[in-house]
Design a protein around this ligand. Sequence first.
Ligand SMILES: [Fe+2]
Length: 116
Amino acid sequence: MRKEIILKVEKFLWENLVKGINYKGNTQRSIEYRFEHSWRVANIGRKIAQAEGFDEEKMVIACLLHDLGYAVDFKDHDDHQCHGRYGAKIARPFLLELGYSRDDVEEICYGIAHSC
Ligand SMILES: [Fe+2]
C-alpha cells in the first residue's frame, strides 16, 4: 500500500467533508467524527483485505471514501439515502487523477456507491 496515495485520499476526504460544515445538522465535531469513523472503517477494511486476499490499497481507499457523499447538501431524506452514489460521483475524477485505471476506479466506486 502506497502511503503517499493514502495521504492524498485522506486530504481529499477531509477537504470535502469540511465543505459540508454549513449544511444542516453538520458541526465541526460531526465532521471530525465522520473523518474518524472513515478511518475506523478503513482499518477494518484493511484487515478484511489482508484476510481475504483483496487489494489492500483499493479497499482502504473505498472505505475511507465510503461516506464522502455526506459532503453533499441533501434536499430530503431520500436524497440522503443516496449518499453512497453521491460519494462515488465525487470520488471518480479524483481517483482517475491519482492514476488508477478505469477498471480500478469503477471497482472502488462500486464499493463507495453500495456502502449505504
Ligand atoms: Fe459510514
